[in-house]
Design a protein around this ligand. Structure first.
Ligand SMILES: [Ca+2]
Ligand SMILES: [Ca+2]
Ligand SMILES: [Ca+2]
Length: 111
């Protein structure tokens, strides 16, 4: 996920993430653009896609764009809160996120 390989996950890397999903190049990632990258016919992936979109759409306006990056960045910079996301913070953030996804997925399985 450290796209520019500077050994730090920072806003540039988050920007690249938007760029990767933004099919029509308007600097906003819609739900449709985001879900295009997932196999939505697969229930597990559909849950993951929706949960990830909700996570990245920090201001909940239905688009992922640069306005959402600060919120996501702040949530990731949660251990040292020094404006940088180090390896421990990156791992802790994604461990937590994946745990949440796992819980959602098993709840779905019981339904
Ligand atoms: Ca777009
Ligand atoms: Ca948003
Ligand atoms: Ca930090």
């Amino acid at each position: 996920m450290d796209y520019n390989n500077n050994n730090e996950f920072d806003r540039d890397d988050l920007q690249t993430l938007i760029h990767d999903y933004d099919s029509n190049g308007d600097n906003e990632v819609t739900v449709a653009e985001f879900e295009f990258h997932f196999d939505m016919a697969e229930p597990t992936l559909a849950i993951v896609a929706k949960a990830l979109f909700a996570e990245y759409d920090d201001n909940e306006d239905g688009f992922i764009d640069t306005k959402d990056l600060d919120g996501v960045h702040d949530r990731m910079d949660h251990i040292t809160k020094d404006g940088k996301i180090d390896h421990d913070e990156f791992v802790a953030y994604y461990t937590e996120l994946l745990t949440l996804l796992y819980v959602l997925q098993s709840q779905q399985g019981q339904a």
